[in-house]
Structure formats: structure tokens, C-alpha cells
Design a protein around this ligand. Structure first.
Ligand code: 5GP
Ligand code: MG
Length: 184
């Protein structure tokens, strides 16, 4: 557990409780994940689908460590329903324009908490007949253990705290931090 930066002008006066994963640790792990993913897809077309907005930093670093041909697109999902927290309904606000049939899809998420968002998205994409759907997340809180679509590639097991940085926000702040921190 590293000490928080004494003065980081990115924080706009907000204090960071502690750094959970520092820049060097993330960089190292992303290199390893890129190698794992490269090995896992020896052939076929690979479409890396980033879930916006949280995955944008991770995705940008990750794809540069995947040493095989691939395409990149994004998904924007929105929760809806009378009880958005527990209904787990997701709707695609931006849908990839690419044909998904026959492609290996790698869904990239910033953090998995209950896993509901990803499970619903995977179900939604499944009906378009991709060759496979793999799920990759930088952080995993392991709240739900019985997911119908397991997360195949995980960067780090995350503490059960509210995390920001490296794409993760709090009220749209802190996405640009190069580290992941637990917010005070
Ligand atoms: P799930 O559907 O797995 O319960 O929720 C996943 C989503 O919740 C993530 O994509 C992220 O937007 C949000 N989330 C869950 N935990 C955290 C956290 O610790 N920090 C931030 N910033 N977002 C989180
Ligand atoms: Mg999110």
C-alpha cells in the first residue's frame, strides 16, 4: 500500500485516501494481460469492445500489448427500469457498427462489482452469433461468484472500496489519474 501523493494537481484539492494500484504496478500487469490475451487468441478475427466510459484508459494501454491483428470498437450501455440498481437491465446507447457474427469478441470493462452490467451485455451480444465472447476487466471485486459469463482475464482483485482513477470516476472526476486510488 503506497502513500498517497503529497500534492497532485490533478486532484483539485480532493484528498485521495490511498493508492491501491500505482502506475508501475498497473503498467506491469497490463503487459502480462496483453501476453495472456495474445496467447488465448491464436487465430480468427478479434474485436476488442471497450465499455465506455470507464474502460478507455485501460483499453488504450491494453490493445498496445496485444500482439496480433485486432479491431477496436466501443459500447455505451445505460441502465434502465424502475429499479435500476437491482433490475440489472442494460440498454445499448451506442452499438458497435461492426458485424459481430463469427468474430471473437473481447469485452473490456474497468471494474466488475456485481457483474450485472457485463452479464447482460454478454447476453445481448450472444444473439448476434460471435465465434466467442471473452470478458476482461482491470479490477474485480468478486462480489458475485456465480456469473453465467465468467470474467476470463482479470488484472487485479480489488478491495471493496470506492476506487477512482485510470478511467474510473467519481462524478466524472479523477478519470485521468495514472493510478487507481481509494477515495476518501
Ligand atoms: P456491476 O454491474 O459489476 O455491479 O457494476 C460495474 C460498474 O459499476 C462499473 O463499470 C463501474 O462503472 C461501477 N463501479 C463499481 N465499482 C466501482 C468503484 O469502486 N469505483 C467506480 N468509480 N465505479 C465502480
Ligand atoms: Mg462503468
Amino acid at each position: 500500500m503506497s502513500a498517497p501523493p503529497v500534492s497532485d494537481p490533478r486532484l483539485l484539492g480532493r484528498e485521495v485516501l490511498r493508492i491501491a494500484f500505482d502506475e508501475a504496478t498497473i503498467r506491469q500487469r497490463v503487459v502480462e494481460m496483453g501476453a495472456e490475451i495474445t496467447a488465448a487468441y491464436p487465430e480468427g478475427d478479434l474485436l476488442v469492445l471497450g465499455l465506455l466510459k470507464g474502460s478507455f484508459v485501460f483499453l488504450a494501454d491494453l490493445v498496445r500489448q496485444i500482439h496480433r491483428p485486432l479491431h477496436v470498437d466501443f459500447l455505451v450501455a445505460s441502465s434502465y427500469g424502475t429499479d435500476t440498481v437491482s433490475s440489472g437491465n442494460v440498454r445499448l446507447v451506442y452499438d458497435p457498427e461492426t458485424e459481430l457474427a463469427g468474430q471473437h469478441i473481447l469485452l473490456v470493462e474497468d471494474i466488475v462489482d456485481s457483474g450485472r452490467t457485463l452479464q447482460k451485455l454478454a447476453d445481448t451480444l450472444r444473439v448476434r452469433n460471435p465465434a466467442s465472447i471473452g470478458i476482461c476487466a482491470l479490477l474485480h471485486k468478486h462480489i458475485a461468484e456465480h456469473l453465467s459469463h465468467p470474467v476470463r482475464f482479470v488484472g487485479f482483485d480489488a478491495p471493496h472500496e470506492f476506487l477512482v482513477g485510470y478511467g474510473l470516476d467519481h462524478a466524472e472526476n479523477f478519470r485521468h489519474l495514472p493510478y487507481v486510488a481509494s477515495l476518501k
